[in-house]
Design a binder for this molecule. Structure first.
Ligand SMILES: Cc1cc2nc3c(=O)[nH]c(=O)nc-3n(C[C@H](O)[C@H](O)[C@H](O)COP(=O)(O)OP(=O)(O)OC[C@H]3O[C@@H](n4cnc5c(N)ncnc54)[C@H](O)[C@@H]3O)c2cc1C
Length: 378
């Protein structure tokens, strides 16, 4: 492919760059925008491997979330209070950053709240979470800017018509957005602000030199002063030692359902399942916990085990007694690690990484992109 490139292609697209960003996802595009804003003369190129990428940014559920009580309890036990606060703040500020880059009307942002559902067998967990409401309201209130972030919403359950759900807690500060519109807007904005984005052009290898980094691509080698890896779960291709574990998420969307009215975004089974209304359909995803080993992959794919479980949940819990058919099914890949926080750091001379949003990149991604752009700008 490289041998047959035109003079124009060489001059326009393949000149040396100040910054090459590997991957046009949420993190890569926001990092590109912030790089141009911090360094208006910087030549910035984004390389995206796929036409429509196979990672997470266009595959996610569009929950603008920073944590349910059961997640906060688990994460606080794992990392301590100070770390939990840091990561909640990063999620909250990341959402604000995203909403600043892309207006709410374009994101189709809906401040509908986030509900955590508890099954009859989870009475003890529900009681623990309910008891923790005042504690987390006090702890998170100063970050979120309201006294009441969480509250008991069990009294709303009869209206929602779920089956086998005994208790419900609400996070009033969360919402939902349109993932496709978000990524479309970021791509358009990147081009508008002088970023070049090449799709179908993977970075094949990186070689750090004394002054520049050479990025091998199917179009030939490119020299850049700095390279940013925003390849999330796919980054071990370049740095195998990174603390990254891929986690595939499977999702389905039903055919339109007459009279559907499900305001809010919902979490079930400690967040392993999530659903919301999208237009007049239900989007439902999750089930990684059914077979963690099989879902720890960067390969796209659907499994009968997870898909059947999702359909069962739909028919038995979410829309009991209604006949629903499935219109769309897909998978996407997240990156998890032992640490709660995303990884934002220099990985080699001239090479930076902004990776591992732990399945909360809609919230964290734009903030991570901004942070790494600042780091690279020194
Ligand atoms: C099913 C699902 C549901 C989710 N729901 C939510 C949610 O509701 N709320 C939330 O906050 N987060 C959610 N997430 C997580 C969120 O989408 C991610 O954290 C976020 O999109 C990560 O963005 P990213 O830019 O870091 O990476 P990604 O978008 O994952 O980008 C990785 C990409 O790198 C590209 N790539 C890989 N190798 C190369 C290469 N060599 N050269 C060029 N490009 C390469 C690939 O095309 C791949 O797409 C969900 C994720 C999934 C999968």
């Amino acid at each position: 492919m490289a041998a047959l490139l035109s003079y124009w292609e060489h001059q326009t697209f393949l000149r040396d760059y100040d910054v090459v960003i590997v991957r046009a996802g949420l993190v890569g595009l926001t990092a590109a925008l912030h790089t141009r804003r911090l360094r208006p003369t910087a030549r910035v190129l984004v390389l995206e491997r796929d036409v429509l990428p196979n990672g997470a940014s266009t595959k996610n559920a569009g929950f603008a979330c920073f944590g349910s009580i059961s997640e906060l309890l688990e994460q606080e036990a794992r990392g301590g209070t100070a770390r939990l606060l840091r990561v909640v703040q990063a999620r909250w500020e990341g959402l604000a950053e995203l909403r600043c880059l892309v207006p709410d009307e374009v994101l189709q942002y809906q401040p509908v709240g986030w509900y955590e559902l508890f099954r009859p067998g989870e009475a003890a967990l529900a009681a623990r979470c309910r008891a923790a409401v005042p504690y987390y309201n006090k702890l998170l209130g100063p970050i979120i800017g309201r006294d009441e972030v969480f509250r008991d919403a069990t009294s709303l359950l009869p209206k929602l018509g779920f089956q086998g759900v005994d208790a419900m807690l609400e996070n009033v500060a969360e919402g939902a957005l349109n993932t496709g519109q978000m990524m479309d807007a970021l791509l358009r904005q990147a081009w508008k602000e002088g970023v070049t984005v090449l799709h179908g052009c993977p970075a094949l290898a990186l070689e750090s030199g004394p002054a520049t980094v050479c990025v091998q691509t199917p179009l030939g080698p490119l020299e850049a002063a700095q390279v940013l890896l925003a390849t999330n779960a796919f980054s071990q291709q370049f740095f195998p030692e990174l603390d990254l574990q891929p986690g595939r998420g499977q999702v389905l969307v039903t055919k339109p359902i007459a009279g559907l009215n499900l305001p809010g975004t919902f979490h079930y089974d400690k967040g392993y399942y999530y659903f919301r209304q999208v237009d007049n359909r239900i989007l439902l995803g999750g089930g990684r916990n059914l077979d963690f080993a099989a879902e720890a992959t960067t390969e796209p794919g659907l499994t009968p085990l997870v898909q059947q479980h999702l359909e069962q949940l739909l028919r038995e819990v979410i829309l009991p007694g209604r006949s629903v058919r499935i219109d769309y099914r897909w998978s996407g890949v997240m990156a998890f690690g032992a640490e709660l926080e995303p990884l934002v750091e220099a990985l080699a001379p001239g090479v930076f990484g902004a990776l591992r949003c732990n399945g909360m990149g809609v919230a964290l991604g734009a903030g991570v992109g901004k942070r790494v752009a600042e780091l690279m700008a020194g």
